[in-house]
Design a protein around this ligand. Structure first.
Ligand code: HEC
Length: 204
């Protein structure tokens, strides 16, 4: 091989290296993705150990359900709500049992069922608060952990998807369901939705 041939090969190799490097550099600049502050959705891993509390996720104690509510499976929610029937009545005008009547619970003031004697813990915690989607999410994830001292003897619904379905079902138990949470901010307005407009909003 003469030196000219060698130079050609060396240049080819160098050129390739240079090309790859600059492409990497460029694509990094173009496709650089920053991680959003709040994830658009959370992937719930399948677990087949039924509802064992042992496989509690590490990291945040429970995951938000706002983004899941619009597409939640109401039938699954109703099924999950069977666990509540031992203590709660869901019908309009239903009576208090072991637990307070729960018709129209979303955005209802905490501890407000007529004639039910709530625990001191719930009364203290719920003072001035309402059962927003967020509060229900935390409470139903693990009542005793979320609200220390509550009289509600229920283990909680650990699976995010199931909890979203349950809360979506609770929301449906109303003549005038509370609007679904906006993608990011919490809309406290109960008015607006006079009709039973089921808005299935696309949120990403
Ligand atoms: C073993 C009985 C029992 C079961 C099962 C149970 N609850 Fe309760 N729940 C209670 C009691 C008792 C209270 C009152 C808690 C307190 O005063 O601290 C309560 C309170 C509540 C409240 C607060 C109501 C208010 O007026 O402030 C909500 C919401 C609720 N339960 C939802 C549920 C849902 C949803 C389920 C099913 C997934 C469920 N509960 C299962 C007994 C139960």
């Amino acid at each position: 091989m003469d030196s000219f041939e060698f130079n050609k090969i060396a240049m080819a190799i160098l050129g390739t290296v240079f090309l790859v490097m600059s492409l990497t550099f460029l694509s990094d600049g173009i496709f650089h993705s920053s991680i959003p502050a709040t994830p658009g959705y959370l992937v719930e891993a399948e677990d087949d150990h039924s509802d064992g509390a042992s496989d509690a996720p590490t990291g945040p104690a429970y995951e938000p359900i706002d983004a899941l509510l619009a597409s939640a499976d109401l039938a699954a929610g109703q099924k999950a709500a069977k666990k509540c029937l031992a203590c709660h009545v869901f019908e309009d005008g239903g009576k208090n049992k072991v637990g307070p009547a729960l018709y129209d619970i979303v955005n209802r003031p905490m501890g407000a069922a007529d004639g039910f004697s709530y625990s001191a813990a719930l009364k203290a915690y719920g003072d001035g608060k309402t059962w927003t989607f967020d509060e229900l999410n935390g409470f139903l994830w693990n009542p005793k952990k979320y609200l220390k001292g509550t009289a509600m003897g229920f283990a909680g619904v650990k699976k995010t998807e199931a909890r979203a379905a349950l809360v979506a079902y609770l929301r449906s138990l109303s003549a005038n369901p509370v609007p679904l949470p906006a993608s990011e901010s919490e809309t406290a307005s109960e008015a607006e939705a006079e009709t039973d407009s089921e808005t299935t909003s696309e949120s990403n």
